[in-house]
Design a protein around this ligand. Structure first.
Ligand code: UDX
Length: 431
């Protein structure tokens, strides 16, 4: 099939490359010339394990192409995917300016029947808006607008595309489902469930799924707080709960506040949609509040570990991104913890496998170190913030070359039973 991806960000580039890998011809379009130049020079502008290889392979095979020429790409495609960003606007709603712009530009290039597919995360009824924009220029029998939200996790996007639990498609006229089903057939053949509903249904499934996953995490983090007060091991609670098939074992891991480009944005956006349709999503609102408060709770916990004497203490942060296998800092708890501890006079070294971060570049007494040992040498407190594999079997005593230091493992990477036998004080979450 001939496909056009409008937007070569995280969703458009990953999905476009994976569609090409299924044998389709894919034009990835972006209005930013520099992005297209980077892609045409065989480089990848985003950090995503495995993406480099799949882009290069399909670019070389001539199935995957990059251009700023949206008109040409739309005219030469049957399926047009809108994969532009929907950032959070001032009132917390999803800003649809890029979706509107894309719909307008697409509507000028419909030279034969096209299926326009909203893959961006968009509020309920956005598909209706896109349809209205296009129908201003094009007869209704020349196009269809359907919803096909993505469920890709940063750091696991290729795997999540290739082995999705389900493919969700929303169409108000089932007539157009066959084409999109044919596109995804190779994944269905490997076990993915193809689920179709109406367009608004698909739009809401995306937001509700993300809001539920965020709620699951915030819920476990609060249960973790209770575990710390009642001498219970949260890991046992998570295992015991997760054996109930109605709960499921995944997304029960405690840690920092949830972050990323989606959970913070999508939980806020769905509450705004709720308010717009006069339905108060009070649970999601409380999840947002709980998650934001968590950043302060964990900062205070770090101070308490230092007996509230932070000034001139050496603190080492291992990992600062919102989770492992990504360079994304959006919503990361480190963005609150590091400035707050630095402001109280701590001397902070940090290391992250994805390198130094501009977010900390202007902070006095916050330094990026390019190795774990440099970060941890002579430190009073080692904080494991992100669950990178390289942090999972460290010899802290050797690293710090000190006797009296402490470890705060915010991802419970280590056994607190083993760690408490060592000659340093070990702290973790919910245990
Ligand atoms: C999420 C959704 O999972 C994905 O389906 C959607 O398309 C985009 O948003 P992403 O934000 O990339 O994906 O990462 P995810 O792995 O879901 O983690 C989100 C946050 O939850 C991270 O801060 C992570 O550390 C946290 N998390 C995740 C936990 O704290 N505990 C868990 O058990 C799982």
């Amino acid at each position: 099939m001939k496909i056009c991806m409008v937007g070569t960000g995280y969703v458009g580039l990953v999905s476009g490359a994976c569609f090409a890998d299924l044998g389709n011809t894919v034009w990835c379009v972006d209005k930013i010339q520099n992005k297209i130049d980077i892609l045409n020079s065989n480089k990848i502008p985003i950090y995503e394990p495995g993406l480099d290889e799949i882009v290069k392979k399909n670019y070389k095979a001539g199935r995957l192409k990059f251009t700023t020429n949206l008109n040409f790409a739309v005219k030469n495609s049957d399926l047009i995917f809108i994969c532009v960003g929907t950032p959070t606007s001032k009132n917390g709603s999803a800003d649809l300016k890029y979706v509107i712009q894309a719909a307008k530009e697409i509507s000028k290039n419909i030279n034969n029947f096209k299926i326009i597919v909203n893959k961006s995360t968009v509020p309920v009824s956005t598909g209706d808006m896109v349809e209205n924009i296009i129908s201003k220029k094009v007869k209704k029998n020349m196009f269809a607008v359907i919803s096909n939200p993505e469920f890709l996790r940063e750091g696991e996007a290729i795997r999540d595309f290739r082995f999705p639990d389900r493919i969700v498609v929303g169409a108000n006229n089932k007539r157009f489902l066959n084409k999109i089903k044919k596109l995804y057939q190779p994944l269905v053949n490997k076990g993915a469930v193809f689920f179709s509903t109406n367009r608004r249904g698909a739009e809401l499934i995306k937001y509700a799924a993300n809001a539920f996953l965020a709620s699951k995490i915030a819920f476990m983090n609060e249960v973790g707080n209770l575990c710390e007060k009642t001498d219970v091991d949260i890991e046992d609670v998570a295992l015991g709960m997760g054996l109930d098939k109605r709960i499921g074992a995944r997304f029960l891991r405690v840690g920092p506040a949830y972050g990323g480009s989606c959970f913070p944005k999508d939980t806020k956006a769905i509450t705004v949609t709720g308010d717009k349709f006069k339905t108060n999503l009070s649970i999601v609102k409380s999840v947002i509040k709980s998650n934001n408060l968590r950043k302060t709770i964990l900062t205070k916990k770090a101070e308490k570990i230092l007996s509230n004497k932070v000034k001139n203490k050496n603190i080492a942060f291992l990992g600062v991104t919102f989770k492992a296998n990504t360079d994304d800092m959006r919503g990361s708890t480190s963005l609150i913890m590091i400035p707050s501890l630095a402001k109280k006079g701590a001397k902070i070294n940090y290391y992250d496998p994805t390198g130094s971060k501009k977010e900390f570049s202007k902070l006095k007494n916050v330094k990026y170190c390019d190795t774990i040992s440099k970060t941890c040498a002579n430190t009073d407190l080692i904080i494991i913030h992100t669950e990178w594999d390289e942090f999972k079997s460290l010899n802290f005593t050797k690293l710090t070359k000190r006797k009296n230091f402490k470890v705060f493992d915010m991802r419970n990477l280590y056994s607190h039973v083993d760690e408490n036998k060592k000659n340093y004080k070990y702290y973790s979450i919910g245990r």
